[in-house]
Design a protein around this ligand. Sequence first.
Ligand code: NI
Length: 276
Amino acid sequence: MHSQINELFSHLWQDYLAITPSARKIHSLLNELEFIDTGSQGELINDHIALRTFNIEKINLDKLAAHFLALGYVEKGHYDFAQKKLKAKHFEHPDTTQPKVFISELLVQYMPKPVQDIINKMVEGVNEDTALLKNFLYSGAHWQVTEEEYKTLAEHSEYAAWMSIWGFRANHFTISINHMQQINSVGDMNLKLKQAGFALNDSGGEIKGGPDVLLAQSSTMADKIKVELKDTSLSVPSCFYEFAYRYPMENGELYQGFVAASADKIFESTNTNSIK
Ligand code: NI
């Protein structure tokens, strides 16, 4: 079971790195920092990864989740993002050293008609059994949109626009600051990243959450990558890196859930307009 989990995360990680050059740089920067101060190669631990989809049955949240349930993951929290028309669930493995998994889906029926039409057209071309394929979770987009379609999606839902380009893959990886030796808070992490020239998502402040909600998070802004659309090529936001620090609950154990208000702002890390 564990080798299957490691294999899946390794595929997701390689796929993510290929379109997120800043993540590779940040990963080696933090690895180096841990190494210099401890003299031994500590391992950066993932708190969670996140995936996105649409609530259309053949590729919905449950279809993505099935891959993790088959590996022993268990469904935990539910989250609603009314304004962005999203819902999400998070999954944990009984082996708490395995990353948590956060999966969201866009509630397509609440989108304006032109957006629904574009999404339905995209998903129509996907085979009924595609979600069962072993590589489904890192298989990318199974469709191609035009520039006009991309812009229509982005106008109403940055999330839908991101899905139209990137499809099924890790939207972000998240480093667990609790497991680091040399960085002990989200504020310290943000300082290191800014000193190294990385742009942070400052929607709702650079630090989302805090001790009061038992989880503090920050994230970089997504890299911009040139991609081929149906009729043109365009630079669009790809993926971002996230950082999480968890606080203990009354029983002394670290809180393992997510905070909807924080996640709501983290989604904006892939917004087209806020790229600096
Ligand atoms: Ni996250």
